[in-house]
Design a protein. Structure first.
Length: 115
C-alpha cells in the first residue's frame, strides 16, 4: 500500500519559517520525482516545487529564493524548507510522488501565515 504523509504545517507569523516533510512508503522512492503543490481558498492547485530523481529542482516564481526542496532517499522522505513566509503562502500543501503517468498524493498539511 502506497502512502505519502505530510507533516510540519502549522500557524506561524509573517517572516517565520517552516519545514514540511513528506514521508513515503510502499514505493521505490528513489525512482520517483517529488512535487509539492498548494491550494489556497478560491485558487486552484499551484505547483510550488519539484525535485527530480537526479536532484534537479524547479521552483514556482512565487517561492523562488524563499523555499528550498530536498530529498533523503535513504529515509524515503522529501522536505521543503520555507523561509520568510508571507500571508499569501497560507494554503494546504500536498506532496505528489510521480513516475511516468503514475501519481500518488498525500493528504496535505495546513500552513497558515498570520500575525
Amino acid at each position: 500500500q502506497v502512502q505519502l504523509v505530510e507533516s510540519g504545517g502549522g500557524l506561524v507569523q509573517p517572516r517565520e519559517s517552516l519545514r514540511l516533510s513528506c514521508a513515503a512508503s510502499g514505493i521505490y522512492f528513489r525512482f520517483y520525482g517529488i512535487t509539492w503543490y498548494r491550494e489556497a481558498p478560491g485558487n486552484g492547485d499551484e505547483l510550488v516545487t519539484t525535485i527530480n530523481t537526479d536532484g534537479r529542482t524547479n521552483y514556482g516564481d512565487a517561492v523562488k529564493v524563499r523555499f528550498t526542496i530536498s530529498r533523503d532517499n535513504a529515509n524515503t522522505t522529501g522536505y521543503r524548507q520555507m523561509n520568510s513566509l508571507k500571508p499569501d503562502d497560507t494554503a494546504v500543501y500536498c506532496c505528489n510522488a510521480h513516475i511516468l503517468n503514475t501519481h500518488y498524493w498525500g493528504q496535505g498539511t495546513q500552513v497558515t501565515v498570520s500575525s
